[in-house]
Write a protein that binds this ligand. Structure first.
Ligand code: ADP
Ligand code: MG
Length: 383
């Protein structure tokens, strides 16, 4: 049993080392399949080394732009493949790291598909949310040295106001507005102490809550038809662990489905739509500023400029780990939005374009991966 625990621990340490090597900020890009068969689209080439080349078909066949990310997923990539690259990050939550995963991109580019699958709780093509929860609950069952408790909150940020999607009142359209506690370390690490907190014991518990939350979100669609693409939804999984000696660890995983990043034509929108668009622009650019400042290890991080970055402050920077999943639509008509998504994602990315750096890192990661695989095999043979 001693050897077993040692192997489990080493396996975990290797996961963490793997993560350290990749850096605390990772940016992946995912290209959705084209809706129309045969649509040649604007994405010319997707290398598996993290390069994506964009082709401007409207202008000239020769205008190509290259972008570099930690990972690029083409239209044929499965949910499983995407999750495999996310797994170690999510598992580190159980070791006490705060983790944020953002789905960024224009409406229709596949953000919700990556996070939830074709629909919440669907059995096929399940998204990162369900897979992550399956993993977290599984780890909490396996580990005998730590007792875990898992709680969930779900809020949306709309026009710079935070609404609790899981409160009883939410279904009656009366959304209690939530206030962020800035210095939340004195508050059990909770930045939204008033938002409803549910104790959960299985992935399906969480899926049921998410369905209720989404339904509550839809209730507020009165004036605007596609409210869900105009607000950010934040699902937070709070993990609390206690070992036999009474030491505790506390961490959280934020799964964020961002508002659509498309720019609206300023000359065409007025009133509520204009206000929405301005709030979305502001909060997405603030998020970009914060991540870019973190990536550049800048001494000043502008968290205070939006509700989203205030809410996630404890989970952005420091020892926290972050993944930006930038989504693009392949259609030629989306070229303008695609390029702005890629530019945003490139700006927040720490990927260095020097090939030597990339190769060095990947060979180290490969070695670690092998060690992890060997340990996994060893573990499996003991079980
Ligand atoms: P967003 O949340 O960015 O607005 P959605 O996730 O709703 O976009 O995706 C738009 C449509 O495309 C949905 O019908 C979704 O099921 C489909 N879709 C998105 N990404 C994929 C994918 N990788 N494979 C298959 N279908 C996808
Ligand atoms: Mg969506």
């Amino acid at each position: 049993a001693d050897g077993y625990h040692r192997a489990v621990k080493e396996n975990r340490n290797l996961y963490n080392m793997l993560q350290e090597l990749r850096g605390n900020i990772q940016v992946f890009c995912r290209v959705r399949p084209a809706f129309v068969a045969g649509d040649k689209g604007s994405i010319d080439y997707m290398g598996n080394n993290g390069t994506l080349i964009l082709l401007d078909q409207l202008k000239s066949q020769n205008v190509r732009k290259a972008f570099q990310f930690n990972k690029v997923f083409g239209p044929n990539a499965t949910q499983e493949e995407v999750y495999k690259e996310t797994e170690s990050l999510i598992r580190s939550v159980m070791d006490g790291y705060n983790v944020c995963i953002f789905a960024y991109g224009q409406t229709g580019s596949g953000k919700t598909y990556s996070m939830c699958g074709p629909e919440i709780g669907s059995a096929k093509d399940i998204g990162i949310n369900s897979k992550a929860l399956n993993d977290l609950f599984q780890i909490s069952c396996i580990r005998e040295d730590i007792k875990y408790e898992i709680h969930v909150q779900m809020v949306e940020i709309y026009n710079e106001q935070i609404r609790d999607l899981l409160s009883e009142e939410a279904s009656t359209k009366k959304y209690p507005l939530m206030h962020i506690i800035r210095n939340c370390s004195s508050n059990g690490g909770l930045s939204l102490p008033d938002a409803t907190m549910h104790h959960v014991q299985s992935t399906s518990d969480v899926m049921n809550l998410m369905k209720a939350g989404e339904k509550n979100r839809a209730f507020s669609c009165t004036a605007m038809n596609n409210r869900s693409s105009r607000s950010h939804s934040v699902l937070t999984i709070h993990v609390c662990g206690r070992d036999v000696l009474g030491n505790t660890l506390q961490s959280c995983l934020h799964l964020v489905d961002l508002a659509g990043s498309e720019r609206v034509d300023k000359s065409e929108v007025t009133g509520d739509r204009l206000k929405e668009a301005q709030h979305i622009n502001k909060s997405l650019s603030c998020l970009g500023d914060v991540i870019a400042a973190l990536a550049q290890k800048s001494s000043y991080i502008p968290y205070r400029n939006s509700k989203l970055t205030q809410l996630l402050q404890n989970s952005l920077g420091g020892h926290a780990k972050m993944l930006m999943l930038a989504h693009v639509s392949p259609e030629a008509e989306s070229y303008g939005e695609t390029i702005s998504t890629l530019k945003f994602a490139q700006r927040v990315s720490t990927v260095e374009l020097g090939a030597a750096q990339v190769n060095k890192e990947s060979s180290e990661i490969r070695d670690l991966r092998e060690q992890v695989d060997n340990l996994k095999k060893e573990l499996a043979s003991r079980e």
